[in-house]
Design a protein around this ligand. Sequence first.
Ligand SMILES: NC(=O)C1=CN([C@@H]2O[C@H](COP(=O)(O)OP(=O)(O)OC[C@H]3O[C@@H](n4cnc5c(N)ncnc54)[C@H](OP(=O)(O)O)[C@@H]3O)[C@@H](O)[C@H]2O)C=CC1
Ligand SMILES: O=C(O)[C@@H]1CCC=N1
Length: 264
Amino acid sequence: MKIGFIGCGNMGSAMIGGILRQGIFSKDEIIVSNLTEEGRERSKKNLGVVTTPDNNEVVRSAKTIVLAVKPQFYEEVLDEVHNSLTADHTIIGIAPGKTLAWLEEKAGLPLKVVRFMPNTPAQVGEGMTAVCANERVSKEGLDEILKITDSFGCTEVIPERLMDAAGAVGGCAPAYVFMFIEAMADAAVSQGMPRKQAYKFASQTVLGSAKMVLETGRHPGDLKDMVCSPAGTTIEGVRTLEKNGFRSAVFEALTAAAEKGKKL
Ligand SMILES: NC(=O)C1=CN([C@@H]2O[C@H](COP(=O)(O)OP(=O)(O)OC[C@H]3O[C@@H](n4cnc5c(N)ncnc54)[C@H](OP(=O)(O)O)[C@@H]3O)[C@@H](O)[C@H]2O)C=CC1
Ligand SMILES: O=C(O)[C@@H]1CCC=N1
């Protein structure tokens, strides 16, 4: 086994999907634990990886371990696998608020610790993942880890103090983008467009706009101005969004998410 996942739900399976697609590891080099029989069946059926109900088996079978359970279960899981962990292991935490120091302390021995803040677009190879690591992870070790995150999208290595910001603008933000897509599609439906077509318009428009920011390197405000014809239709929508506090609402949402991360 090359890598083990303790927990394999939304985020674990999204990452494994990318890893398998890029051939970083094969199915029989990945072991995952799920709490329930139903979860194990899902992991087996959808990903084809090796599954177990036993978290200690994951730790005994692989040297790189991703903790892909909810933050509330981190302590319990680390407590459970503590005796199977060795100094050769690399523990990867993906939960907000669970710091490198906290993870090492709860693991109960000095070992390599990494944090990822991934997002669900990893499932389609378009994830955005923040990574930071403790001082025990060598440059070569980090390069190996980055091959994993690069397999499901883009990666940025950041200082740990930015992990909560990355959680808001990376980990959580797909939810806000999906809400935006849903709202735009609802409006198009109310104007008479069939729903399926409305999702296609809204989604492709978000995809294309994001690509323009990334590929042109131009300021988003500049790209917005390109769309707004004088006395045209777009600027009326901009006026309405400003009146309803659109940008402030987004600002507050990401701030709330980042602040919550600090408390977990
Ligand atoms: N969802 C997201 O967009 C993101 C999530 N994260 C982080 O990823 C982590 C996982 O979140 P997510 O995938 O959404 O959660 P899910 O609820 O989808 O998955 C959690 C998984 O943990 C398993 N599980 C629960 N308890 C145990 C246990 N004691 N031992 C072994 N497995 C267990 C569950 O098993 P079973 O399948 O049997 O129920 C399930 O597979 C969290 O820490 C979250 O903060 C980070 C960035 C983005
Ligand atoms: O909602 C959460 O707490 C997790 C972390 C980032 C995205 N989902």
